[in-house]
Design a protein around this ligand. Structure first.
Ligand SMILES: C[S@@+](CC[C@H](N)C(=O)[O-])C[C@H]1O[C@@H](n2cnc3c(N)ncnc32)[C@H](O)[C@@H]1O
Ligand code: SF4
Ligand code: SF4
Length: 380
C-alpha cells in the first residue's frame, strides 16, 4: 500500500509511553502496574521520545498523530513537555487515559501545551457501573466526570470500548447511550496480551461477533471504520475514496496501514495489541522508526495483505477488512492467519456478504462526518 515518502495520508502512532499506572485493571494488556519497578528504567527517556518517536513520525507523516497511552501517560513527569514537543512538530496528540488524574487545571495546561491539537480517549467498557468496574478497577463516574470536564473546557474527546465476554451483555446499551449523545466510539477487541493472557475465557467467538457485536457496530455509523469483519466493497479503496477526497487508507484492520504500536521500551509492532511478544519489528533505539515502517518485512506483509491465509486470503474484503491480525496471531501464532472471530464464510473472492450495502452506506456516512466535523477534518 502506501510506502511513499513522506506519507500523504493520515497516520497514527500508538505509543505506550510508560508502564506505570495508578490502577490495576484485571486484564491490562500493558501489564501495568504489575510490571516490576525495575522495568521502568528501560523505558524511553524524554530525549529519546522526542528524537526517536516524534521527530521520526513527523518525517514519516507530517500531519499525523501520536496516541500517548501506557500505562498512564499523564503519570510521566515530562507528560506536558512531550505533548508540547508533539504539537510543535505539527502533530496531533491523542491521550488514552483512565481519566483519574484529570482536573480542569490539568486540562487547561494540556490545551495550552498542545495548542488545542489534542483529543482525549477514555475507556468506557460499559455504561452499567458494575460491568465497567469489573474490568476497569475504577468507578464508571471517573470517565463520565472526565468527559464532562472536556465538554466544559471545549476539549475533544471520544470513548474506546474494549469488548470481551465480560461486557458483551451491555454492549448494545453502551453503544446506544453513545449514539444518543452523538459521541464517536472506537471498539477494541480484547486480546490475550499481558495480563490478558490470564483471562483466555474472555476471548470472543464468531458467534459473539455475529449475534451481538457486529449488529451493534454496523448500526452505528460513528463507530470507527477499523473493526473486523468489515464488509465494505473493494471499490471503496479504488473509486469511492477518490470521489470523496479522503485522506485515510484503512478500513477494517488498521495494523501497519494507518497505525503502528510502540512499547515504552521502544519495540515496534504492526499494532499495539501485538506488542510484548516474539513478533518484533525492531526497536527504535537500534533502527530508525521510518526505516522500520518502510522496510520491515513483517510490517510490509501485514500492510499489503497479499499473503493472508485461510478465508481472509480468499475473501472479497481482503483489502477493506483483512481480518484482525492480533486475534489471528494470539489464536494460531501466525499473524497472517484468518481472523478467528469472523463469521463470514467466503468460498472465493466472488462471495458477497449480505451486509455489504449497509456497511458501504455507513462507511460513507462516517467519512462524511470526519471530513466535515472538527477536530476530525483537521486530521484527515
Ligand atoms: C492499556 S490502556 C492504557 C491507557 C489508560 N491507562 C487507559 O486505561 O485507558 C489502553 C487501552 O487498552 C485497553 N486494554 C487493556 N487491556 C486490554 C486487553 N487485554 N485487550 C485489549 N485491550 C485492552 C484498555 O481498556 C484501554 O482502552
Ligand atoms: S488498562 Fe489502563 S488504567 Fe487499567 S491498569 Fe492498564 S494502563 Fe492502567
Ligand atoms: S474472511 Fe477475513 S477478510 Fe473476509 S470478512 Fe472475514 S475477517 Fe474480513
Amino acid at each position: 500500500m502506501d510506502n511513499k515518502d513522506p506519507r500523504k495520508k493520515f497516520f497514527l502512532c500508538y505509543f505506550e509511553s510508560t508502564r506505570k499506572c495508578n490502577l490495576n485493571c484485571r486484564y491490562c494488556m500493558a501489564k501495568a502496574p504489575r510490571a516490576k519497578p525495575k522495568d521502568h528504567t528501560t523505558e524511553l527517556s524524554t530525549e529519546e521520545i522526542k528524537r526517536l518517536v516524534i521527530d521520526e513520525i513527523r518525517n514519516y507523516c507530517s500531519h499525523g498523530a501520536i496516541a500517548f497511552s501506557g500505562g498512564e501517560h499523564l503519570l510521566r513527569p515530562d507528560a506536558l513537555e512531550i505533548l508540547e514537543y508533539t504539537a510543535k512538530a505539527g502533530l496531533w496528540s491523542f491521550i488514552n487515559t483512565n481519566g483519574t488524574l484529570l482536573t480542569s487545571d490539568l486540562l487547561k495546561r494540556v490545551k495550552t501545551a498542545t495548542g488545542g491539537k489534542v483529543i482525549f480517549v477514555f475507556s468506557l467498557n460499559s455504561i452499567l457501573p458494575t460491568i465497567q468496574k469489573w474490568s476497569r478497577d475504577d468507578s464508571l463516574w471517573t470517565v463520565i466526570k472526565a468527559a464532562r470536564l472536556c465538554l466544559k473546557a471545549g476539549v475533544n474527546f471520544f470513548f474506546i470500548t474494549t469488548i470481551s465476554k465480560s461486557n458483551l451483555k451491555s454492549f448494545s446499551t453502551t453503544v446506544n447511550f453513545l449514539k444518543l449523545k452523538k459521541i464517536p466510539m472506537l471498539r477494541s477487541p480484547f486480546v490475550t496480551r499481558g495480563m490478558g493472557n490470564c483471562h483466555q475465557e474472555l476471548a470472543l467467538t464468531p458467534e459473539d461477533m455475529k449475534n451481538i457485536i457486529h449488529p451493534v457496530l454496523r448500526n452505528y455509523a460513528l463507530s470507527y471504520v477499523s473493526y473486523t469483519p468489515f464488509f465494505a466493497g473493494p471499490e471503496f479503496l479504488e473509486d469511492k475514496w477518490k470521489e470523496m477526497n479522503v485522506e485515510i487508507d484503512q478500513l477494517g484492520c488498521q495494523a501497519a496501514r494507518g497505525f503502528v504500536g510502540i512499547s515504552a521500551e521502544g519495540h515496534v509492532a504492526p499494532c499495539v495489541h501485538l506488542l510484548d511478544n516474539n513478533l518484533k519489528c525492531g526497536n527504535v533505539r537500534d533502527i530508525a522508526l521510518t526505516d522500520i515502517l518502510r522496510n520491515n518485512e513483517i510490517i510490509k506483509a501485514v500492510r499489503s495483505r497479499e499473503t493472508l491465509k485461510g478465508k481472509c486470503g480468499r475473501c472479497r474484503y481482503k483489502q477493506t477488512c483483512g481480518g484482525c491480525r492480533a486475534l489471528a496471531f494470539y489464536k494460531t501464532g501466525d499473524y497472517m492467519a484468518e481472523d478467528p472471530t469472523c463469521f463470514f464464510e467466503p468460498v472465493d473472492e466472488t462471495t458477497r456478504s449480505e451486509h455489504e450495502e449497509l456497511q458501504n452506506k455507513n462507511t460513507t456516512r462516517f467519512l462524511e462526518f470526519i471530513k466535515t466535523r472538527d477536530p476530525w477534518k483537521s486530521l484527515f
